[in-house]
Ligand binder design. Structure first.
Ligand code: 5GP
Length: 120
């Protein structure tokens, strides 16, 4: 079972425009913005506009067009930032063991530097 979506989570407030964010990209399906505490030279977050708690929730419950739109948006953000040729990293933390802090599904994009084997 997936935990219920909490409309008071910080990314919901960012989506609603109630909390400011540095917007990178937006379309029908997704919103991308800069992480407030970057862990790499480039650290951008991409979130679906739908109310999904985590990757687990999104992968099970999102409609195919939502999934496709979101995946396309992640790829576009990385491409638009020039990350494809040097390379980059995607990360989605899930739940307590994954270290997920914000309960609105998000993908981290890291880049702009060699990242080494892993970011813990
Ligand atoms: P998680 O650990 O849930 O995968 O990652 C949450 C990320 O959201 C962290 O990298 C954190 O720096 C970022 N974050 C938390 N609060 C805010 C905020 O208010 N604005 C922005 N732009 N990023 C945030």
């Amino acid at each position: 079972a997936t935990q219920p979506y909490d409309d008071a989570n910080i990314f919901a407030k960012i989506l609603a425009g109630d909390i400011p964010s540095t917007k990178v990209y937006e379309d029908e399906w997704a919103y991308a913005f800069e992480d407030i505490n970057p862990q790499a030279e480039i650290h951008t977050l991409v979130i679906p506009k739908g109310k999904y708690v985590s990757w687990d929730d999104f992968s099970e419950h999102a409609a195919p067009d939502e999934i496709a739109g979101f995946v396309r948006a992640v790829g576009k953000v990385a491409r638009d930032k020039g990350l494809v040729e040097p390379g980059y990293r995607l990360l989605a933390n899930v739940g307590a063991h994954g270290g997920q802090e914000v309960a609105h599904f998000h993908v981290h994009i890291f880049g702009g530097q060699p990242l080494g084997p892993m970011i813990a």
